[in-house]
Ligand binder design. Structure first.
Ligand SMILES: CC(=O)SCCNC(=O)CCNC(=O)[C@H](O)C(C)(C)COP(=O)(O)OP(=O)(O)OC[C@H]1O[C@@H](n2cnc3c(N)ncnc32)[C@H](O)[C@@H]1OP(=O)(O)O
Ligand SMILES: O=C(O)CCC(=O)C(=O)O
Ligand SMILES: [Zn+2]
Length: 469
């Protein structure tokens, strides 16, 4: 199994990494610090005075700090080519997402199969805090089955683009509007929520869209949905369409955004900026083709805008467990570049970064790993390392070296790392040998031959220990 599925955001070879706990004291001297002791935290840590990503007061439509998630792993996610969720897995995923705090769970249509209907009923009976929705075609047959399952609401969809009107269901706008009214009134009559969405909204005629949304808004639909079914929209188009729609309907606005061109998170963000109220997600973004807005990526993006709001709504440390659960269920790995839970999401490597991170993590981190129950690492045993990172390790090991000595040891690490990356164990051995050489007087700064001799001796001793053991 890929290490990123089980580990603590641990890169490939954890032995090369140093976990960094900044709750104690700065690990590195400030810019002008040259003493061989870590400076106490006398100066306040520089913090940005305001969050540049937070909405501006002038953005009166902005819902970046006022949104709900409709989690569709158990609907859109089931449309991922590799997905097969048995009842037990569906229940485990539903419970985990409920504990995470998503406001809604969207389930596969009960019209899809007998087991889909039974699973929908079973999840409705769990008594979760999240509201349960199911997703159906704009058809009375589907609606009749859906309202009998015990769901809190029904998401109704029908294609309005010329592609889908011609090649999918073959209905014109007059028929679509008439059926939508019938289905919405029927679902409403059962006292549950109803949402009406147009499939392939961005390739639909704007007048058709606004006209049908206005009609369903007037008859009291709870939400209308915009769907970028083929993932063709860009953030500006999303912003413009949602903003226009916001001025036409008074109900809530949901968006469903596919990721075919990698825009799904950015598009979701822009939809909220323009006044959307609900965002569809799936865990790891799974869905048809390359899927939709991923839950974790969306959370990362919205946390950057307003960490306190996002922390107050969702149990963020659960994210990794949920992603691992779904990754395992659909037999994929968590992508190495995944926001938050990706393999190296909180590992810092280059010396310039390491120094600044050790002084203040905000220098190179927009997300705080601890808010997600994760750990920050600094990677040391490579040729891009710097003496500040090495010094922090020296201190962690409890060794006493002057800055000049740390710089000398760093030069040796770089020399070795020019040949191959050094494990953390290699780095620690070198630092210990260096330290004892200095203590015993066998070594002075710059005495490369003496250091090489001590390292050789150390390796031989270890080898002998290994052989006799
Ligand atoms: C973009 C999206 O992801 S939308 C959600 C997709 N989800 C699903 O498809 C759920 C799983 N689907 C299924 O189990 C099946 O497709 C069913 C049960 C819904 C329908 O199965 P079938 O009756 O065998 O039809 P089939 O899947 O071949 O074709 C879809 C039918 O729905 C009609 N249809 C397609 N979209 C819609 C819609 N939004 N509203 C109403 N009817 C629609 C088509 O015209 C076609 O009807 P036909 O029987 O006259 O040919
Ligand atoms: O119901 C919706 O809003 C979206 C349906 C869907 O999955 C899509 O259009 O990609
Ligand atoms: Zn979709």
């Amino acid at each position: 199994m890929c290490p990123c599925q089980n580990g603590d955001s641990i890169p490939n070879d954890p032995s090369q990494m140093v976990p960094v706990d900044l709750s104690e004291k700065p690990k590195v001297n400030g810019i002008n610090g040259h003493s061989n002791h870590a400076q106490p935290s006398a100066q306040p840590q520089p913090q940005p005075r305001h969050n540049p990503y937070a909405p501006r007061a002038s953005d009166f439509l902005n819902n970046v700090s006022n949104f709900k998630i409709i989690e569709s792993t158990l609907r859109e996610g089931e449309q991922f080519a590799n997905a097969f969720f048995d009842t037990k897995t569906k229940i485990a995923i539903a419970k985990a997402l409920d504990a995470f705090g998503v406001e809604y769970l969207e389930l596969t249509s009960p019209a899809a199969s007998e087991q889909s209907r039974l699973d929908c009923e079973a999840i409705c009976k769990l008594g979760l805090k999240s509201k349960i929705l199911t997703h159906i075609r704009c058809h009375m047959d589907d609606a009749r089955i859906a309202v009998e399952t015990g769901v809190d609401g029904v998401d109704v969809v029908i294609g309005t683009s010329s592609f889908l009107r011609e090649f999918s269901h073959g209905k014109d706008m007059a028929y679509i509007t008439k059926t939508a009214i019938e289905v919405i009134n029927f679902v409403k009559s059962k006292g549950i929520e109803v949402r009406f969405s147009t499939e392939d909204s961005f390739r639909s005629d704007l007048v058709d869209l606004l006209s049908i949304y206005q009609t369903v808004d007037k008859i009291g639909v709870n939400r209308v949905g915009i769907a970028d079914t083929v993932g063709c929209a860009n953030p500006r188009q999303v912003y413009d369409l949602i903003r226009t729609l916001r001025s036409v309907v008074s109900c809530d606005i949901e968006v469903h955004l596919h990721n075919d061109t990698g825009m799904a998170i950015a598009n979701a963000y822009c939809a909220l900026e323009a006044g959307a109220t609900h965002i569809d997600t799936s865990v790891l973004g799974i869905g048809e083709r390359v899927g939709i807005t991923p839950l974790g990526g969306l959370v990362a993006c919205l946390y950057a805008a307003n960490p306190e709001y996002v922390k107050s709504k969702y149990n963020l440390p659960m994210l990794r467990e949920i992603e691992n659960l779904v990754a395992e269920a659909v037999e994929v790995n968590v992508p190495f570049m995944n926001p938050i839970t990706g393999y190296c999401a909180f590992t810092h490597k280059a010396g310039i970064h390491a120094k600044a991170i050790l002084n203040n993590p905000s220098t190179y981190e927009i997300l705080k790993p601890e808010d997600f129950g994760l750990t920050r690492y600094v990677s040391i045993g490579h040729r891009l390392t710097g003496w500040n990172a090495v010094k922090s390790r020296v201190e962690q090991l409890g060794l006493k070296l002057t800055d000049e000595q740390v710089k000398d040891a760093t030069a040796k690490i770089k020399e070795l790392a020019d040949v191959r990356t050094q494990s953390m164990d290699d780095v620690d051995s070198l630092l210990r040998v260096y330290h004892s050489g200095i203590q015993s007087g066998e070594l002075e700064v710059g005495q490369r031959e003496a250091l090489d001799r001590l390292l050789r001796k150390h390796r031989e001793e270890r080898h002998t220990e290994g052989v006799t053991a």
